[in-house]
Design a protein. Structure first.
Length: 127
């Protein structure tokens, strides 16, 4: 499972329903989740991020596998941008999920819902 930026934020800010949080904690114990390098950039580049928040995010992401921008992901990103016109960061995240054949955990359903073959899980609605 690949976590989008908003999923990490919801989890760390304790904004998830109890059923979703319980599901994700079980998943975290089963298999190491992943995140795109884009998610790390988005999370750590907030202007008002405190040192404590930076450390919390970094510690949390330490338990994940980071997906770098490979040639395959780059090519799939280009295809997705041409086909669906979504923003580059979202296209990279979607391409990562498709290339690695993993579901994407995101509440950003609007931008991702039309990407053919992309399995989406909404962190606010898991059981």
């Amino acid at each position: 499972m690949i976590w989008d930026t908003n999923s990490v934020i919801f989890f760390l800010q304790d904004l998830l329903p109890l059923t979703s949080k319980s599901f994700l904690l079980t998943e975290l114990n089963k298999k190491r989740p992943s995140y795109s390098i884009i998610t790390e950039i988005e999370l750590l580049s907030w202007k008002k991020l405190s040192e404590t928040e930076t450390k919390t995010i970094s510690r949390f992401l330490f338990n994940f596998s980071r997906i770098e921008l490979s040639g395959q992901i780059k090519d799939e990103t280009i295809r997705i941008r041409k086909a669906y016109g979504i923003k580059v960061p979202d296209a990279i995240i979607a391409a990562s999920a498709l290339i690695l054949n993993q579901p994407l955990l995101t509440h950003n359903l609007k931008d991702f819902k039309n990407v053919e073959g992309l399995k989406i899980l909404d962190p606010l609605n898991l059981e």
